[in-house]
Design a protein around this ligand. Sequence first.
Ligand SMILES: [Zn+2]
Length: 323
Amino acid sequence: MVWEEFKEQAAAYRLLKGAVVSGRVAHAYLFLGPDARGKEAATRWLAQALNCVGGRGEPCAACRSCHLIAAGTHPDVRGLAPRGRHIRLDEVRELVRTAAASPLTGQTKVYIINEADKLLPEAANHLLKLLEEPPPATVFVLTAARDYALLPTIVSRCQVVPFRALAPEVLVRRFIAEGHDPDLAHRAAFLSGGDADEAAQWLSAEGQRAVTEFLEFAPAIFSGKGAVLKIAASYQNDPGRFLTLLSAWYRDLILWRSGRREGLVFRGEEELLERVATLCSPGALVRSCRAIAQALRLLSGRSTVNVRLVLEALLAELAQAEV
Ligand SMILES: [Zn+2]
């Protein structure tokens, strides 16, 4: 059931459920944060809860309204997502053309603008006018992963509903229920730190390929300057992903070296961990982790840094970790 993915976002669920039950529903919501699927499930839940003729505070999932919304064919529930990189003015105009009219069949019209941070300025201004003078019996739902690209005036017109990173264990359960390999589900959830959208990328074919490539050269980090320069060059365009893999890898090496076999990110790679961990002293591994954290800080800062140089320096330092 898709609602489960919404209910995993406990704070958001409490907030919206409270609004529906008390009848104090805002004119506009901004679902803000990671977890695209959780936000999508929440949007559907809210649209159904506001139009359901059977349930009280919780959609019944059985009435005609609930069915039409689940099928995406309810005439009073309309959505918009970017086609390409932006949402244009004519698309917003088309979406809200019927905003002033009464609901056709349901009790509340619901207009959904997915990835509202991709609204072009004139589209955002058009939407703002509607939010400033909201039509009756209408709820706007905007979704965005981050708020820095949204007009502050739009944010101030919306009630913000926070969506957060989930406990990795919750994501592992979600992915295994979908039929993913348990080791893979575990790795994706922990590499993402519970960010559901990022975890989905690690689960994708491309994300899995990145992990495979990383594991192929991971032992070569100790093998000298030539390998180091090649590795640094190949990752200079995607240092974030590389450093995520690198820090998880060194964390696993430390765990392995200290005899712990639980909580490994790279489950299923025990043979490789054993081979590499015996090459390094525990102290050197801890120093390596510090160096990776330092590189992460450097690369996430605002100042322009030479990514390739940072990676080269880091890898050269990691190469010293050999016993
Ligand atoms: Zn219903």
